[in-house]
Design a protein around this ligand. Sequence first.
Ligand SMILES: Cc1ncc(COP(=O)(O)O)c(C=O)c1O
Length: 342
Amino acid sequence: MDIIDLRSDTVTKPTPAMMQAIMSAEVGDDVYKEDPSVNALEQYVADLFGMDEALYFPTGSMANQAAIKLHTQPGEQLICDKWAHVYNYEGGGVSFNSGVSCRLIDGHRGMITAAQVEASINLPDFYHSPLTSLVCLENTTNKGGGACYDFAEILKIKAVCDAHQLGLHLDGARLMNALVEKNETPKEYGKVFDTISICLSKGLGAPMGTVLVGNKDIMKNAMRVRKVLGGGMRQVGFMAAAGLFALQHQATQLKEDHKKAKELAEVLSSCSYVSAVEPTETNIIIFYLEKGISEIQFITDLEQKGIRISAMGEGKLRIVTHHDYTTKKHDFFLNFLSTYLA
Ligand SMILES: Cc1ncc(COP(=O)(O)O)c(C=O)c1O
């Protein structure tokens, strides 16, 4: 049976063309900065965003954690949405690695506003409270169902950060999805954020890797922090070559993932057993079943047809489209959804 795995966009496998890029990569010891393929990827991403420096990390979590460490001192506080990946899904790394607390904002679909940020800043002279030093945004949002920020709101948040001397980090695990969907450019983002993490192993389809990009002043200790976190790698250019290939050849196809996601959302909205579908802007669909329809039974019935999706708790079900989700699989799944319980 052909498995249709829609639990995440991290399940993709390298295409033959990507394998070719991996096999022909020139490599060296990256801890000595002697891996030409890693160096080429870092330079490419720095240029793409118009920022000074980029550094290759094994994972998105490590890149975010390093960014938080670079921006903060122990005892300080960062501001983020209550659903933020940095707060919920990085193992408590914010407190473990940086000794920092999180001021959580009750945002909308994982996104926060400039007014909410402004209202959450602790007065710097009030020494009873932790000093606010960083704002972390996520674009697109994961738990928020692939929602994309309005760039105008990001600019307002940046103005608040500047007025209060706060750093601004973007968890851009799926930033390429937002850029493709909203016709925005990496350079616009590079001008606003102090640091941005871009995952190569999500919708872009590389086996691993995240690049952290930022300006010189903030990035000067990045190599040291990556080393401390255990992220210094050796001949990792094979994987960097896959990442560069993904950025250069697999970013435009994200639009196709979004189209399929919107088609799935549309069919789900018309199914009697579905109570609600959240707005679907990119490649993540979040939906809820009607009361009386068993989530476990639904997932089991899907599994029996070789289809995998995720249950996220609180009745949320999540589907994520990606590079390996072919049109044939899509047609099969659409047909399953529209005939289930019919
Ligand atoms: C929004 C977001 N940020 C960061 C990450 C972390 O990436 P990794 O799994 O490579 O640590 C993920 C992973 O799914 C994510 O969805």
